[in-house]
Design a protein around this ligand. Structure first.
Ligand code: DP6
Length: 372
Protein backbone atom coordinates (compact mmCIF):
# COMPACT_ATOMS: atom_id res chain seq x y z
CA UNK A 1 0.00 0.00 0.00
CA UNK A 2 1.42 3.44 -0.93
CA UNK A 3 0.14 6.65 0.68
CA UNK A 4 0.97 10.03 -0.82
CA UNK A 5 -0.21 13.07 1.17
CA UNK A 6 -1.49 15.88 -1.07
CA UNK A 7 -2.53 18.78 1.11
CA UNK A 8 -5.50 17.67 3.14
CA UNK A 9 -6.06 14.59 1.05
CA UNK A 10 -4.00 11.44 0.62
CA UNK A 11 -4.02 9.12 -2.35
CA UNK A 12 -4.04 5.50 -1.26
CA UNK A 13 -2.98 2.89 -3.78
CA UNK A 14 -3.73 -0.77 -3.08
CA UNK A 15 -2.29 -3.53 -5.24
CA UNK A 16 -4.48 -6.57 -5.86
CA UNK A 17 -2.70 -9.69 -6.98
CA UNK A 18 -5.06 -12.02 -8.80
CA UNK A 19 -4.41 -15.55 -10.00
CA UNK A 20 -6.62 -17.21 -12.59
CA UNK A 21 -6.46 -20.95 -13.16
CA UNK A 22 -8.43 -23.01 -15.68
CA UNK A 23 -10.22 -26.27 -15.02
CA UNK A 24 -9.11 -29.34 -16.94
CA UNK A 25 -10.78 -32.46 -18.28
CA UNK A 26 -8.88 -35.73 -17.92
CA UNK A 27 -8.69 -37.80 -21.10
CA UNK A 28 -6.71 -40.53 -19.32
CA UNK A 29 -7.88 -40.44 -15.70
CA UNK A 30 -6.20 -40.19 -12.32
CA UNK A 31 -8.15 -42.67 -10.20
CA UNK A 32 -6.48 -44.34 -7.24
CA UNK A 33 -3.45 -43.19 -5.25
CA UNK A 34 -0.22 -44.92 -4.25
CA UNK A 35 0.15 -42.47 -1.35
CA UNK A 36 -2.95 -40.53 -0.35
CA UNK A 37 -1.17 -38.10 1.99
CA UNK A 38 1.10 -36.93 -0.86
CA UNK A 39 -1.44 -37.27 -3.67
CA UNK A 40 0.93 -39.63 -5.42
CA UNK A 41 -1.23 -41.15 -8.15
CA UNK A 42 -1.36 -44.84 -9.00
CA UNK A 43 -0.89 -44.01 -12.69
CA UNK A 44 0.03 -41.33 -15.22
CA UNK A 45 -2.82 -39.15 -16.51
CA UNK A 46 -3.36 -36.90 -19.52
CA UNK A 47 -5.71 -33.92 -19.60
CA UNK A 48 -6.90 -31.05 -21.74
CA UNK A 49 -6.84 -27.63 -20.11
CA UNK A 50 -10.06 -25.66 -20.56
CA UNK A 51 -10.51 -21.96 -21.13
CA UNK A 52 -14.01 -20.88 -19.99
CA UNK A 53 -14.32 -22.89 -16.76
CA UNK A 54 -11.86 -21.22 -14.41
CA UNK A 55 -11.26 -19.92 -10.88
CA UNK A 56 -10.07 -16.39 -10.14
CA UNK A 57 -8.51 -15.82 -6.72
CA UNK A 58 -7.21 -12.66 -5.08
CA UNK A 59 -5.12 -12.92 -1.93
CA UNK A 60 -3.81 -10.15 0.32
CA UNK A 61 -1.88 -10.34 3.59
CA UNK A 62 -4.16 -8.99 6.33
CA UNK A 63 -2.52 -6.02 8.06
CA UNK A 64 -4.20 -6.73 11.42
CA UNK A 65 -4.79 -10.49 11.85
CA UNK A 66 -4.71 -11.83 15.43
CA UNK A 67 -2.96 -15.08 14.50
CA UNK A 68 -1.04 -16.01 11.34
CA UNK A 69 -3.48 -18.81 10.49
CA UNK A 70 -6.62 -16.64 10.84
CA UNK A 71 -7.17 -16.69 7.10
CA UNK A 72 -10.43 -15.25 5.82
CA UNK A 73 -12.00 -16.59 2.68
CA UNK A 74 -15.03 -15.52 0.68
CA UNK A 75 -16.65 -16.75 -2.52
CA UNK A 76 -17.86 -14.26 -5.05
CA UNK A 77 -20.97 -15.76 -6.61
CA UNK A 78 -22.88 -14.78 -9.69
CA UNK A 79 -26.14 -13.35 -8.42
CA UNK A 80 -25.75 -13.71 -4.63
CA UNK A 81 -22.80 -11.35 -4.02
CA UNK A 82 -19.96 -12.38 -1.73
CA UNK A 83 -20.39 -15.26 0.72
CA UNK A 84 -17.88 -15.80 3.54
CA UNK A 85 -16.61 -19.38 3.79
CA UNK A 86 -17.17 -20.66 7.34
CA UNK A 87 -15.55 -24.08 7.19
CA UNK A 88 -11.99 -23.34 6.18
CA UNK A 89 -10.54 -26.58 7.60
CA UNK A 90 -9.00 -28.17 4.48
CA UNK A 91 -7.91 -24.82 3.02
CA UNK A 92 -6.29 -23.66 6.28
CA UNK A 93 -4.36 -26.93 6.62
CA UNK A 94 -3.21 -26.59 3.03
CA UNK A 95 -2.19 -22.92 3.47
CA UNK A 96 -0.15 -23.74 6.59
CA UNK A 97 1.62 -26.52 4.68
CA UNK A 98 2.15 -24.13 1.75
CA UNK A 99 3.55 -21.39 4.00
CA UNK A 100 6.44 -23.68 5.00
CA UNK A 101 7.14 -24.43 1.36
CA UNK A 102 7.09 -20.76 0.31
CA UNK A 103 9.21 -19.46 3.22
CA UNK A 104 12.65 -20.46 1.82
CA UNK A 105 11.90 -18.38 -1.31
CA UNK A 106 11.22 -15.16 0.62
CA UNK A 107 8.62 -14.08 3.12
CA UNK A 108 5.54 -16.13 4.01
CA UNK A 109 4.21 -14.19 6.97
CA UNK A 110 0.70 -13.22 7.94
CA UNK A 111 -2.84 -14.44 7.52
CA UNK A 112 -4.47 -14.02 4.13
CA UNK A 113 -7.66 -12.43 2.92
CA UNK A 114 -8.81 -14.57 0.03
CA UNK A 115 -11.57 -13.80 -2.45
CA UNK A 116 -12.37 -16.46 -4.99
CA UNK A 117 -14.75 -16.72 -7.92
CA UNK A 118 -15.65 -19.62 -10.19
CA UNK A 119 -16.79 -18.83 -13.73
CA UNK A 120 -19.05 -21.91 -13.56
CA UNK A 121 -21.95 -22.62 -11.20
CA UNK A 122 -21.21 -24.86 -8.20
CA UNK A 123 -22.44 -28.48 -8.33
CA UNK A 124 -22.58 -28.28 -12.11
CA UNK A 125 -20.33 -31.27 -12.66
CA UNK A 126 -17.09 -29.34 -13.13
CA UNK A 127 -14.68 -30.10 -10.32
CA UNK A 128 -13.73 -26.80 -8.73
CA UNK A 129 -10.85 -28.33 -6.77
CA UNK A 130 -8.50 -28.44 -9.79
CA UNK A 131 -8.85 -24.79 -10.80
CA UNK A 132 -9.46 -23.75 -7.17
CA UNK A 133 -6.26 -25.16 -5.66
CA UNK A 134 -4.17 -24.06 -8.66
CA UNK A 135 -5.40 -20.45 -8.34
CA UNK A 136 -5.11 -20.46 -4.53
CA UNK A 137 -1.51 -21.73 -4.67
CA UNK A 138 -0.36 -18.99 -7.03
CA UNK A 139 -2.31 -16.21 -5.28
CA UNK A 140 -1.04 -17.18 -1.82
CA UNK A 141 2.58 -17.54 -2.96
CA UNK A 142 2.38 -14.14 -4.69
CA UNK A 143 0.76 -12.40 -1.70
CA UNK A 144 3.30 -13.75 0.80
CA UNK A 145 6.34 -13.03 -1.38
CA UNK A 146 5.02 -9.68 -2.64
CA UNK A 147 5.35 -10.65 -6.30
CA UNK A 148 3.20 -9.16 -9.06
CA UNK A 149 3.40 -11.64 -11.92
CA UNK A 150 4.54 -15.16 -12.78
CA UNK A 151 7.93 -13.95 -14.09
CA UNK A 152 8.70 -12.42 -10.70
CA UNK A 153 7.67 -15.64 -8.94
CA UNK A 154 9.88 -17.63 -11.32
CA UNK A 155 12.82 -15.26 -10.65
CA UNK A 156 12.47 -16.06 -6.94
CA UNK A 157 12.89 -19.73 -7.89
CA UNK A 158 9.18 -20.60 -7.69
CA UNK A 159 9.02 -22.29 -11.08
CA UNK A 160 6.01 -23.77 -12.92
CA UNK A 161 7.20 -27.21 -11.73
CA UNK A 162 7.18 -26.05 -8.12
CA UNK A 163 3.75 -24.37 -8.41
CA UNK A 164 2.39 -27.53 -9.96
CA UNK A 165 3.86 -29.75 -7.21
CA UNK A 166 2.42 -27.45 -4.52
CA UNK A 167 -1.05 -27.31 -6.12
CA UNK A 168 -1.03 -31.12 -6.32
CA UNK A 169 -0.92 -31.33 -2.52
CA UNK A 170 -4.21 -29.41 -2.38
CA UNK A 171 -5.91 -31.62 -4.96
CA UNK A 172 -4.16 -34.00 -7.34
CA UNK A 173 -5.80 -32.82 -10.55
CA UNK A 174 -4.87 -29.18 -9.69
CA UNK A 175 -1.27 -29.86 -10.75
CA UNK A 176 -2.43 -30.13 -14.38
CA UNK A 177 -4.29 -26.79 -14.24
CA UNK A 178 -1.05 -24.80 -13.93
CA UNK A 179 -0.25 -25.70 -17.55
CA UNK A 180 -2.09 -25.10 -20.82
CA UNK A 181 -2.98 -27.35 -23.75
CA UNK A 182 -2.59 -31.12 -23.32
CA UNK A 183 -0.90 -31.98 -20.03
CA UNK A 184 0.84 -35.19 -18.95
CA UNK A 185 1.17 -35.87 -15.23
CA UNK A 186 3.89 -38.51 -14.86
CA UNK A 187 3.55 -40.61 -11.71
CA UNK A 188 7.30 -41.27 -11.41
CA UNK A 189 8.98 -44.05 -9.43
CA UNK A 190 8.77 -42.11 -6.16
CA UNK A 191 6.45 -39.34 -4.92
CA UNK A 192 9.30 -36.88 -5.37
CA UNK A 193 9.89 -37.99 -8.97
CA UNK A 194 6.52 -36.84 -10.35
CA UNK A 195 6.57 -34.53 -13.35
CA UNK A 196 3.81 -32.46 -14.90
CA UNK A 197 4.24 -30.81 -18.29
CA UNK A 198 2.36 -29.56 -21.33
CA UNK A 199 3.01 -32.05 -24.13
CA UNK A 200 1.07 -30.12 -26.81
CA UNK A 201 0.14 -26.44 -26.80
CA UNK A 202 -3.49 -25.31 -27.12
CA UNK A 203 -2.69 -24.09 -30.67
CA UNK A 204 -1.57 -27.55 -31.73
CA UNK A 205 -5.16 -28.80 -31.74
CA UNK A 206 -8.01 -26.66 -30.41
CA UNK A 207 -10.93 -28.93 -29.48
CA UNK A 208 -14.38 -28.08 -28.14
CA UNK A 209 -15.69 -29.51 -24.86
CA UNK A 210 -19.47 -29.27 -24.41
CA UNK A 211 -20.15 -29.91 -20.73
CA UNK A 212 -23.69 -31.26 -20.52
CA UNK A 213 -25.43 -30.59 -17.21
CA UNK A 214 -27.92 -33.39 -17.39
CA UNK A 215 -28.15 -34.22 -13.68
CA UNK A 216 -27.67 -31.51 -11.06
CA UNK A 217 -27.98 -33.78 -8.03
CA UNK A 218 -25.20 -33.43 -5.43
CA UNK A 219 -22.20 -35.72 -5.84
CA UNK A 220 -22.78 -38.85 -3.75
CA UNK A 221 -19.17 -39.18 -2.67
CA UNK A 222 -16.09 -36.97 -2.92
CA UNK A 223 -13.40 -37.96 -5.40
CA UNK A 224 -10.88 -38.11 -2.53
CA UNK A 225 -12.99 -40.86 -0.89
CA UNK A 226 -13.52 -42.54 -4.26
CA UNK A 227 -9.74 -42.69 -4.88
CA UNK A 228 -9.32 -44.46 -1.54
CA UNK A 229 -11.71 -47.23 -2.66
CA UNK A 230 -10.20 -47.78 -6.12
CA UNK A 231 -7.93 -50.69 -5.20
CA UNK A 232 -10.82 -52.62 -3.63
CA UNK A 233 -12.11 -53.21 -7.18
CA UNK A 234 -11.02 -56.51 -8.79
CA UNK A 235 -10.75 -54.54 -12.07
CA UNK A 236 -8.11 -52.13 -10.81
CA UNK A 237 -5.08 -54.35 -11.51
CA UNK A 238 -6.35 -55.09 -15.03
CA UNK A 239 -6.78 -51.35 -15.53
CA UNK A 240 -3.25 -50.58 -14.30
CA UNK A 241 -1.76 -53.16 -16.68
CA UNK A 242 -3.24 -51.50 -19.78
CA UNK A 243 -3.09 -47.81 -18.95
CA UNK A 244 0.47 -47.09 -20.14
CA UNK A 245 -0.36 -48.27 -23.68
CA UNK A 246 -3.66 -46.36 -23.69
CA UNK A 247 -1.95 -43.12 -22.68
CA UNK A 248 0.68 -43.55 -25.40
CA UNK A 249 -2.10 -44.17 -27.93
CA UNK A 250 -4.01 -41.08 -26.78
CA UNK A 251 -0.88 -38.90 -27.02
CA UNK A 252 -0.26 -40.19 -30.56
CA UNK A 253 -3.86 -39.46 -31.57
CA UNK A 254 -3.42 -35.89 -30.26
CA UNK A 255 -0.13 -35.53 -32.10
CA UNK A 256 -1.80 -36.64 -35.34
CA UNK A 257 -4.99 -34.68 -34.62
CA UNK A 258 -7.00 -37.87 -35.14
CA UNK A 259 -10.32 -37.20 -33.41
CA UNK A 260 -11.93 -40.56 -34.13
CA UNK A 261 -8.96 -42.38 -32.63
CA UNK A 262 -8.78 -40.10 -29.59
CA UNK A 263 -12.56 -40.25 -29.14
CA UNK A 264 -12.60 -44.06 -29.12
CA UNK A 265 -9.81 -44.11 -26.51
CA UNK A 266 -11.41 -41.56 -24.17
CA UNK A 267 -14.78 -43.33 -24.18
CA UNK A 268 -13.18 -46.69 -23.28
CA UNK A 269 -11.16 -44.91 -20.61
CA UNK A 270 -14.16 -43.20 -19.00
CA UNK A 271 -16.22 -46.42 -19.01
CA UNK A 272 -13.30 -48.34 -17.52
CA UNK A 273 -12.80 -45.84 -14.69
CA UNK A 274 -16.53 -45.92 -13.92
CA UNK A 275 -16.47 -49.73 -13.98
CA UNK A 276 -13.75 -49.60 -11.30
CA UNK A 277 -15.91 -47.17 -9.32
CA UNK A 278 -18.98 -49.41 -9.58
CA UNK A 279 -17.07 -52.53 -8.53
CA UNK A 280 -15.30 -50.91 -5.55
CA UNK A 281 -16.23 -51.67 -1.94
CA UNK A 282 -18.27 -49.85 -0.95
CA UNK A 283 -19.47 -49.25 -4.46
CA UNK A 284 -19.20 -45.70 -5.84
CA UNK A 285 -21.81 -45.04 -8.47
CA UNK A 286 -21.67 -41.69 -10.23
CA UNK A 287 -23.74 -42.78 -13.24
CA UNK A 288 -27.40 -41.85 -13.27
CA UNK A 289 -30.25 -42.80 -15.64
CA UNK A 290 -29.82 -39.57 -17.68
CA UNK A 291 -26.08 -40.35 -18.06
CA UNK A 292 -26.89 -43.72 -19.61
CA UNK A 293 -29.60 -42.26 -21.85
CA UNK A 294 -27.15 -39.60 -23.03
CA UNK A 295 -24.36 -42.07 -23.82
CA UNK A 296 -26.77 -44.27 -25.80
CA UNK A 297 -28.07 -41.33 -27.78
CA UNK A 298 -24.57 -40.01 -28.54
CA UNK A 299 -23.32 -43.40 -29.74
CA UNK A 300 -26.41 -44.07 -31.86
CA UNK A 301 -26.28 -40.61 -33.43
CA UNK A 302 -22.61 -41.09 -34.21
CA UNK A 303 -23.18 -44.54 -35.70
CA UNK A 304 -25.94 -43.05 -37.87
CA UNK A 305 -23.45 -40.49 -39.15
CA UNK A 306 -25.26 -37.53 -37.57
CA UNK A 307 -22.39 -36.20 -35.48
CA UNK A 308 -18.66 -36.58 -34.84
CA UNK A 309 -18.41 -36.32 -31.06
CA UNK A 310 -17.16 -38.52 -28.21
CA UNK A 311 -17.83 -38.37 -24.47
CA UNK A 312 -15.81 -38.59 -21.32
CA UNK A 313 -16.96 -38.44 -17.69
CA UNK A 314 -15.23 -37.43 -14.47
CA UNK A 315 -16.42 -38.32 -10.96
CA UNK A 316 -20.00 -37.29 -11.65
CA UNK A 317 -22.98 -37.95 -13.92
CA UNK A 318 -22.48 -35.07 -16.40
CA UNK A 319 -20.77 -35.93 -19.69
CA UNK A 320 -18.14 -33.83 -21.45
CA UNK A 321 -18.57 -34.02 -25.22
CA UNK A 322 -15.38 -33.57 -27.22
CA UNK A 323 -15.72 -32.45 -30.84
CA UNK A 324 -14.23 -30.14 -33.47
CA UNK A 325 -14.80 -26.44 -32.69
CA UNK A 326 -16.52 -25.92 -36.08
CA UNK A 327 -19.08 -28.66 -35.22
CA UNK A 328 -19.76 -27.52 -31.64
CA UNK A 329 -22.69 -25.15 -32.25
CA UNK A 330 -24.65 -27.72 -34.29
CA UNK A 331 -23.92 -30.55 -31.80
CA UNK A 332 -24.90 -28.27 -28.92
CA UNK A 333 -28.25 -27.56 -30.61
CA UNK A 334 -28.82 -31.31 -31.12
CA UNK A 335 -28.11 -32.00 -27.44
CA UNK A 336 -30.48 -29.29 -26.20
CA UNK A 337 -33.15 -30.49 -28.61
CA UNK A 338 -32.87 -34.12 -27.45
CA UNK A 339 -32.43 -33.31 -23.70
CA UNK A 340 -34.50 -30.14 -23.17
CA UNK A 341 -34.04 -30.15 -19.37
CA UNK A 342 -30.25 -29.95 -19.64
CA UNK A 343 -27.95 -26.97 -20.03
CA UNK A 344 -24.50 -26.91 -21.59
CA UNK A 345 -21.27 -25.03 -21.06
CA UNK A 346 -19.36 -24.54 -24.28
CA UNK A 347 -15.67 -24.79 -23.49
CA UNK A 348 -12.48 -25.40 -25.46
CA UNK A 349 -8.75 -26.05 -25.19
CA UNK A 350 -7.10 -23.27 -23.21
CA UNK A 351 -3.92 -21.82 -21.76
CA UNK A 352 -2.47 -22.31 -18.27
CA UNK A 353 -2.77 -20.29 -15.08
CA UNK A 354 -1.90 -16.58 -14.96
CA UNK A 355 -1.08 -13.96 -12.34
CA UNK A 356 -1.94 -10.30 -12.72
CA UNK A 357 -1.78 -7.20 -10.61
CA UNK A 358 -4.32 -4.47 -10.64
CA UNK A 359 -4.11 -1.15 -8.85
CA UNK A 360 -6.93 0.44 -6.88
CA UNK A 361 -6.57 4.11 -6.06
CA UNK A 362 -8.71 5.86 -3.48
CA UNK A 363 -8.59 9.36 -2.03
CA UNK A 364 -8.76 9.69 1.75
CA UNK A 365 -9.15 12.87 3.78
CA UNK A 366 -6.68 13.43 6.60
CA UNK A 367 -8.17 12.29 9.89
CA UNK A 368 -10.03 9.37 8.32
CA UNK A 369 -10.41 6.52 10.76
CA UNK A 370 -7.67 4.13 9.62
CA UNK A 371 -5.24 6.89 10.61
CA UNK A 372 -2.27 6.69 8.29
C1 DP6 B 1 -12.18 -38.42 -11.86
O1 DP6 B 1 -8.03 -34.39 -8.12
O2 DP6 B 1 -10.44 -34.34 -7.40
O3 DP6 B 1 -11.58 -36.13 -12.06
O4 DP6 B 1 -6.50 -35.50 -5.38
O5 DP6 B 1 -8.30 -36.37 -3.91
O6 DP6 B 1 -8.36 -33.99 -4.68
P1 DP6 B 1 -7.95 -35.40 -5.00
O7 DP6 B 1 -8.83 -35.88 -6.26
P2 DP6 B 1 -9.19 -35.13 -7.59
O8 DP6 B 1 -9.51 -36.39 -8.54
C2 DP6 B 1 -9.87 -36.21 -9.87
C3 DP6 B 1 -10.48 -37.47 -10.38
C4 DP6 B 1 -11.04 -37.39 -11.77
C5 DP6 B 1 -10.02 -37.80 -12.83
C6 DP6 B 1 -8.96 -36.78 -13.17
O9 DP6 B 1 -9.20 -35.55 -13.08
O10 DP6 B 1 -7.88 -37.22 -13.60
Amino acid sequence: MVNQPTGKKAIQTTLHVTATAPSNIALIKYWGKSDASLNWPANDSLSMTLSQAKTTTTANVQPDAKTPDAHRMAFKTTGAGTIPVRDLGKTTRYLEWLRNEVRPFGSAEGALDILTHNSFPSSCGIASSASGFAALTIAAAAAWTGTKNLDELHRLGITQDILSAWARRGSGSACRSIHGGFVHWVRGEAPTAQKVSAVFSPDHWPLADLIVLIDRGAKSISSTEGHARAFTSPLMNVRMAGLGERLKDAAQAIEMRDLERLGTIIESEAIEMHSVMMTSHPRTDYFSAPTIAFIRWLRESRAAGNLAAWFTLDAGPNPHVICRPQDAAAINAMILDKFPGSTTIHDQTGFGATLQTSQETSTRHQGDSDGY
